[in-house]
Design a protein around this ligand. Sequence first.
Ligand code: ATP
Ligand code: PRP
Length: 213
Amino acid sequence: MTPAAKRSPDHLTLALPKGRILEDAIALLSRAGLPLSMPQASRALRHEFEGVTVLELRNQDVPVYVDLGVADAGIVGKDVLIESGRAVYEPVDLRFAACHLSLIRENGATGPIHRVGTKYPHSAREYLNREGIPAEIVKLSGNIELAALTGLADAVIDLVQTGGTLMANNLQEIDILYHSSARLIVNRAALKLRRSRLRPLIANLRELVEEKA
Ligand SMILES: Nc1ncnc2c1ncn2[C@@H]1O[C@H](COP(=O)(O)OP(=O)(O)OP(=O)(O)O)[C@@H](O)[C@H]1O
Ligand SMILES: O=P(O)(O)OC[C@H]1O[C@H](OP(=O)(O)OP(=O)(O)O)[C@H](O)[C@@H]1O
């Protein structure tokens, strides 16, 4: 039996990432009718609400929990979803956490790109192959732009939103790989099993994001 099948069809388990997405995700899901509130600062990782359990995860783990059916649905950035390669159902673009994944170099850098630093090795590989750039990829975990500033890499592939980080560090955006925003993702088996909970949630979220557009 899959993990999803063991739980009551009336109960929803949601995978949400801690970090910048959590607060907006909880607010939007509440407006869509779920009885959620922001988890209190504590070491608890699983939060129980009426008919809903929230699992608080790292971004990269949200598609894994949803794809494997431990969570019925989740919210995650499109960037993380693409990078995960997980073929989960993605019914709603929630439109917040908008940013783009870009190729970035120091201002004025023109030499060949031999090495690229990034938190997104799969997206980077796909892009570099497509562009015919035979560069080595170095997987990093944070403050990616430092790799270009220190000479660890000739370029980095990282997220840009306001451009403030680029400005503050004398960097320029060379190319955009893709645009990203937060998405609702749903486990395909759960969509059937928990239709009565998930269908209204999807419809309400669609309505809310359309309202704002
Ligand atoms: N500057 C930004 N502006 C808007 N959205 C962003 C920005 N940076 C990241 N995002 C989006 O928000 C998501 C979560 O970002 P967050 O900064 O919380 O992750 P993180 O702390 O880097 O991830 P982790 O530590 O789990 O690897 C990203 O996957 C992306 O979709
Ligand atoms: O264009 P901006 O508005 O400056 O936003 C872009 C920055 O935001 C993200 O970093 P974050 O603050 O999440 O830190 P991280 O590098 O540790 O992920 C991203 O990695 C960029 O560095």
